[in-house]
Each structure stands twice: as C-alpha cells, then as structure tokens.
Design a protein around this ligand. Structure first.
Ligand code: SDX
Length: 393
C-alpha cells in the first residue's frame, strides 16, 4: 500500500472566530444575546427589539426603538419586479428553494447596498434583510399554495405582518390573532442567533470573500435547509406524525440506537448543548400555552412529543449520549397549530435567523483586520507520483 502522505499544516484550524454577539455554554444550557439571557428576552422583549440588540449591541431606548421600527417598516416591500422570480419555480417547489433563489437574486435589485467596503451600504443591507425576509418568506408560501401575494401592512407589528402576509386573502378581512402573533414573535426571538452554527459560519465564510450580502444570506439559507440543521423542525414533526401514537415510540427509540439504521430522533441532540437547549424549554412552555389558547387539547402529536421526550430523558443510551430535545423539537408543533404546513417551518427559521446572520456578517466586515476564510485540511490522498500513459495503466 502506498504510504498515506500526510500534510501537517503546522497549525490548528483557524475556524474559530471572535464575536461579541451571542454566547452559549453547552454544559450549563446557557444562551445570551449580547449578554442578556434568552429566557428573560423571550419573556420581556420582542423580536424587533432583539434585532436592534443583536445589530447594535445594546437594548434601545424608546426613541431608538421607534426610529428603528419606522426604518424597518419602511423597507418591508420588495421591488415589484421580484414577483416575476417566483413565477419561474414550479408550484410544488419547496419554499426554501424559492427563498434561496429569490434572496440570491436580490443583489440584482438593491445595487446601493452591495458594496461591502461602504459601512453605510452594509447598514442599509442589514436593514433591508431584516425588513424584507418575512415578505419573501410569505411570498414563497403564497406561491406554493397558489394564492396571490399579500403586501406588507405597516400598521401591524413584525410578527403580525408576517402572519397577515401568509394567511390574508384579498376576498376577506384577516384579523391577526394577538395570541398567534405573540407566539410567532417568541419563535422568532428563540431562533434569532446562535453563535457559529453551520449556516452562520457559511454566511461568514461567504462574506469573508467580499460577496454581496444577499448572496451571503442565500448561502446561509441553503445551509440551514439541511435536516441536521434548520431542516430538523420539518423532519421532527414528520417523524412525530410517522410515530403516530405513544405505543409506537419504543420502535423508534430502538431504531435511533441501531448503528446500522441511519434513523435519528429529529429534534434531539446538539453539537454544543450537552445538558439541555434553553430554547427548547421556552418553546415547550409556548407549545402548551398556544395549543391551550387555540383550544387544541387532545393534540396527539404533542402527546407523542412529550412521551418521547420523557422516555428519551430516562433512557440510558440517550442520557449517555447527552441527547436532549433541541430548539426544533417543539417548534413544529406550534407552527402546525398556527396553520403552517411543515414545508414552511424551515423558512420561518430562516427569516428568524436572518438578523443573526446579518449581524455577524456586519461584525466580521467591521473588523479591518479580517481576512478571507480559508479552512485547511489534513491530506490523506495519494503521495506525489508521475503521470502514467494510457497503455501502461
Ligand atoms: C440546529 O449548531 C447550532 O447551534 C444549530 C442550531 C442553531 O440554532 O443554529 O442549534 C439549530 O441545527 C439544532 C439541531 C437540529 N438537528 C436535529 O435535531 C437533527 C437530529 N440531531 C442530530 O442529527 C445530531 O444530534 C446533531 C446533528 C444535532 C448533532 O450531531 P452530532 O454532532 O453527531 O452529535 P453528537 O456528536 O453530539 O452525537 C453523539 C452521539 C453520536 O453517536 P456515536 O457516534 O457517539 O455512537 O449521539 C448520536 C450520534 O450518532 N446522536 C443521535 C442523535 N444525535 C446524535 N442518535 C440518535 N438521534 C439523534 N438525534
């Protein structure tokens, strides 16, 4: 056997980065946005205030909040010609496919926020991304169900506007239920940022080359789509539906333990959290609250989810592997109860995470010393060798 030629780059990967935005302690199950615990923000704040906090580092005073809200509200519409992009997709295209395509194409419209060397253009790009992502996500949903697009209604709050754009139809009034709006706002807050997860690292790597912000966010959306990442909320609810009833849980637990079976319990486990995901705890409380307020009591899916969580938390295999419910375990139950199809779960994660992606993108580009990302490798391929002519092969 040819010796395996190994290349020692002489340094550890420089994938790690400095950031002042989000802090996670995986052992303590701690998540802080600019130092504020997620539990307190979920209880006392609202998504647009969290956007300000993540973007600018401090909680806004009343005047700052009003000005920020006005600015974001004034950017919620997308260029009218963007409507034509959607028509290029088959109706049954996954809304994530549409979002990747449309967001990537936004650089063709918003030329005055693509020069990343200009701090003002970076600021405008951030505002546009936060303001327009709900509109794009709602358009992707409307297109997938064959309904007309609904324009943003600036008299509504951020979460309410998104719900209105998704569920309103021209032929009748749609009044946003404040309970649903609060639940949606909380889901958005819980997903807003999460330090250097796969999709955020994708946005940073793309941004480090100087690519325009819309292309970078489109790359983040593409990465988030995977079932091991943001796609887990859709996969989790589909798994809960497949389990169907509490008595079938042991069959799936056994499959999750079987190394020969690729099946994993979706919504369980995490690269960083090894005791519990603080967001899952808040989400579980919200699930109970929303379903109760919606008068959905005998929700079989929620019953299966709670029993699955209980069994898994007592099962020595899962305890030994430190597998606990993550943010995606309960979110799908709430979103389904709100009327969303599973195909919209990850787009909602994407629109919620946009502020985290763009905040970290801005943070990185605001550092004059930042260089293009260049992860290295350990070479395990063939050693150097001479070309072999065809007859001698
Ligand atoms: C998100 O990074 C982030 O911050 C992501 C995120 C964010 O906000 O951006 O938090 C959002 O992506 C949450 C994760 C959503 N994904 C899922 O719920 C999919 C199901 N979970 C797994 O695919 C898995 O847990 C990962 C991908 C989340 C983590 O995978 P790892 O890194 O392989 O997990 P690990 O190293 O901690 O695994 C330890 C062991 C392994 O077994 P061994 O190889 O040691 O024998 O536990 C096993 C894994 O095979 N394992 C599971 C499992 N997750 C890990 N076994 C069954 N079911 C699972 N869900």
């Amino acid at each position: 056997d040819a010796d395996v030629f190994t290349y020692d780059p002489g340094f550890t990967s420089t994938a790690a980065t400095d950031s002042a935005i989000t802090y996670i302690d995986g052992d303590k199950g701690e998540l802080l946005y600019r130092g504020y615990p997620i539990e307190q923000l979920a209880d006392k704040s609202h998504y647009l205030e969290v956007c300000y906090l993540l973007l600018y580092g401090e909680l806004p005073n009343a005047q700052e909040m009003e000005q920020f809200e006005t600015t974001v509200t004034r950017h919620t519409m997308v260029h009218e010609q963007m409507h034509y992009f959607f028509r290029g997709f088959r109706r049954d295209a996954h809304p994530m496919a549409t979002m990747v395509g449309v967001v990537g194409a936004m650089s063709a419209f918003y030329h005055d926020s693509t020069d990343i060397s200009d701090p003002w253009q970076r600021e405008v790009a951030a505002i546009r991304m936060v303001a327009k992502m709900p509109t794009v996500a709602a358009m992707a949903y409307k297109y997938s169900i064959g309904q007309p697009f609904v324009y943003p209604k600036n008299s509504l709050d951020y979460a309410g506007n998104f719900l209105h754009m998704c569920f309103a139809v021209p032929c009748e009034d749609y009044v946003v239920d404040p309970i649903l709006s609060k639940a949606m706002d909380r889901i958005m807050m819980l997903h807003a940022d999460h330090e250097q997860n796969a999709s955020t690292s994708t946005v940073r790597l793309a941004g480090s080359s100087g690519a325009n912000p819309f292309a970078c966010i489109a790359a983040g959306i593409a990465c988030l789509w995977g079932p091991a990442h943001g796609g887990a909320n859709q996969a989790c609810l589909e798994m809960l539906r497949e389990i169907g009833t509490v008595d079938r849980i042991p069959e799936f637990i056994a499959r999750a333990k079987d190394k020969n079976d690729p099946f994993r319990l979706m919504g369980f486990g995490h690269r960083v959290y090894k005791n519990f995901d603080p967001r899952a705890k808040v989400m579980k409380e919200s699930a109970d609250e929303v379903l109760d307020l919606l008068g959905i009591h005998n929700n079989e899916t929620l019953k299966v989810a709670k029993e699955l969580e209980k069994i898994a938390l007592e099962d020595e295999y899962f305890v030994s592997k430190k597998l606990y419910p993550n943010v995606d375990f309960y979110s799908g139950i709430i979103l389904e109860a709100m009327g969303f199809p599973t195909s919209m779960f990850t787009p909602i994660f994407a629109l919620s995470r946009t502020v985290g992606w763009i905040s970290q993108w801005k943070e990185m580009l605001g550092d004059p010393t930042q260089k293009i990302g260049r992860p290295r490798q350990r070479y395990i391929g063939a050693p150097a060798r001479d070309y072999v002519e065809v007859p001698n092969r």
